[in-house]
Design a binder for this molecule. Structure first.
Ligand SMILES: [Fe+2]
Ligand SMILES: [Fe+2]
Length: 305
């Protein structure tokens, strides 16, 4: 049996696969269940008349991710219309999770459409974004962090009355700011203790990796990569990866929102989440120390109210 060549798919997602074939196992072999180009019929789905475990072929992986993204994008647009915020957020998290599984294979291309849908859907009701950002799921992951940073960024943009074009660019930048973390080993990313100096050095590579992936592997305007590259830089030059003092607006804004989001959540199991107010007080100390821009920080505070 060539198990390595087949990947199990989630039951909740089988209705999204059209262009790829689906397989099931019988007598130790993988047998084609649904040929490419067809959907599993509504009837079979409703009556659950399909094998409980279905698989795709490894070679179809990227096509499968793109089909999922398309389905998720449509589902997000529908859920925004019906006002189901929880559904929007959980579908968005699934979409980002699938996207970040293969970010070097052109899968990031689906994200501008996702952000467009969210910006158009919420520009008239920005208050929903506050609910959106506060919905929490069981495990705190890079995906949830990125989605929350995006929601807070859109909230900032709507409060600041930035143009829709600029809002979409910053939202996209926010959603992808930690894409470089996909290439940091899990042993470091999910460590349940403080990182050693050596591990932190590895962790600090993620802005440059993210910059590279967005610039050369995503097919997205390379200007969007600045947020990924500069979100850990500080105005006094104490940040990384380059220790620069002239930081793009995207880099400065994402730096503040990234800190706020991580501190208000249990980013690491050994560190308790802080209240929004305590977090803002901490960030204010960094503003006083010349690390963050005061005006951007103040606007961000107002955008949270
Ligand atoms: Fe980061
Ligand atoms: Fe981050």
């Amino acid at each position: 049996m060539q198990e390595k060549n087949y990947i199990a798919i989630r039951n909740s997602q089988i209705n999204y696969y059209k262009d790829v074939g689906l397989y099931y196992i019988e007598g130790g072999s993988f047998i084609l269940y649904k040929p490419p180009g067809k959907l599993i019929t509504e009837l079979r789905l409703n009556e659950e008349r399909h094998p409980t475990e279905l698989y795709i072929h490894q070679n179809d992986r990227i096509t499968a991710i793109k089909e999922l993204q398309k389905g998720f994008n449509e589902h997000i647009a529908k859920s925004i219309k019906t006002g189901n915020v929880v559904e929007v957020k959980s579908t968005l998290c699934s979409l980002v999770e699938e996207t970040l599984a293969e970010p070097r294979s052109g899968t990031l291309q689906a994200l501008p459409e996702t952000v467009d849908v969210l910006v158009s859907g919420y520009s008239q009701k920005p208050e929903v974004l506050k609910i959106f950002a506060s919905i929490s799921f069981k495990d705190y992951t890079t995906v949830i962090h990125s989605v929350n940073v995006m929601a807070l960024t859109l909230g900032f943009c709507f409060y600041s009355k930035l143009s829709l074009h600029e809002t979409k660019r910053l939202g996209l930048s926010a959603l992808m700011h930690d894409v470089g973390k996909t290439e940091i080993p899990d042993s470091i990313l999910k460590a349940s203790r403080k990182l050693t100096r050596k591990e932190f050095k590895v962790m600090k590579r993620h802005p440059k990796i993210g910059d590279f992936i967005i610039k050369f592997k995503s097919g997205i305007d390379s200007g969007i990569a600045r947020g990924a590259l500069e979100h850990h830089e500080k105005l006094d030059g104490s940040g990384y990866p380059r220790g620069i003092r002239h930081i793009s607006f995207a880099g400065q804004l994402l730096g503040i929102i990234d800190c706020y989001e991580a501190l208000t959540n249990e980013e690491r199991p050994y560190r308790r989440a802080k209240s929004p107010l305590d977090t803002l007080k901490l960030i204010k100390q960094d503003v006083e120390a010349g690390k963050f821009d005061r005006k951007i920080f103040e606007k961000f505070c107002y955008s949270l109210i």
